[in-house]
Design a protein around this ligand. Sequence first.
Ligand SMILES: NC(=O)c1ccc[n+]([C@@H]2O[C@H](COP(=O)([O-])OP(=O)(O)OC[C@H]3O[C@@H](n4cnc5c(N)ncnc54)[C@H](OP(=O)(O)O)[C@@H]3O)[C@@H](O)[C@H]2O)c1
Length: 241
Amino acid sequence: MGFKTKALSDQIALVTGGGTGIGRAFSEGLAAAGARVVIASRRDEVLRNTAEELNKQCGAERVFTYAFDIRDQSQIDSLIKEVVGKWRSVDLLINNSGLAVPETAGEITEDGWDKVMETNLRGVMQLVRAALPYMIENDFGDIVNVSSQAGKHGYADVPSYCASKFGLLGYAEALRDHVRKTGANIRVFNFCPGLVDVANSQPDQVPREGSIHVRNMARTLIYALGLDRNVVLEDINLYSR
Ligand SMILES: NC(=O)c1ccc[n+]([C@@H]2O[C@H](COP(=O)([O-])OP(=O)(O)OC[C@H]3O[C@@H](n4cnc5c(N)ncnc54)[C@H](OP(=O)(O)O)[C@@H]3O)[C@@H](O)[C@H]2O)c1
C-alpha cells in the first residue's frame, strides 16, 4: 500500500527559530515552494520583520508568526493549538531553535546546562509530543531536527551544547523507531551541519572561510522532503570541504 502524499504547496510547516539564520533560510525555501509557514520563537519583532520580508519576496501571505518560549510547556501547547486550530494540521515540524552556552567542562554551571538542555532537547521532545497526534490523525508528517556536527563530535568549549545535540540524535532515532512500529506516515530527518555562516546570508555574499552559505541548508531541505514517502535521509552531514 502506498503512503499518502501531499504537495509542499498544500502543507503547513512550523519552523522554530524561523526568524533568523538557518530557520529563516528554511522558511524562505518553504514559502517559495508554496507552503504556509509558521515561524515561532521568543522575539516577536524579529519574527514579524522576517515574515514581512519573506511575504514581500513571494508576493503572497505565506509566512505567519507566533511568539513563544520553547522552555515553557504551556506555550508549546498553545502554539500547537493555534496552528492546528487555524489550519487543521502540522505537516512539517522543523526543530531548529537552539543555542550554546560556552562553558568548558571545568566551568559548567547548572543554569547554563539547564538553558541548553531545555531549549535544544526538552523543548523538542515536548513539541513533538504535542504535534504527533495531529500528524497521526492526518496520516502525514515530516519532522526535521537541526542537530550539528557537535552532535557527532565533542568540542571542549561547548560540552553542554554537544551533549544536547548528541542527545537530539538519540531522541530522533527513538522517535523514528516509534513511528515505524506504529506504522505512521511520518519521516524523521536530522541535519548535522558544520559551520553555517548566518551573517553573510545574502545571495551575493561569500561565506566565511570554513563555513557554508545558509542557502545550502534550504536547498538540501527541499530535496530531502521531495524524496518518496518511504525514503528517509536519516542524518544529513554537510560542511565546508
Ligand atoms: N550556524 C551554525 O554554524 C550552526 C551549525 C550547526 C548547528 N546549528 C544549529 O542550527 C540552529 C539554528 O541556529 P542559527 O545558526 O540559525 O542561529 P540563530 O540565528 O541564533 O538561531 C537560533 C534560533 O533559536 C531561537 N531560540 C533560542 N532560544 C529559544 C527559545 N527559548 N524558544 C524559542 N526559540 C528560541 C532564536 O530566536 P529567539 O531569540 O527569537 O527566541 C533563534 O531564532 C540551532 O539549533 C543551532 O544549534 C547552527
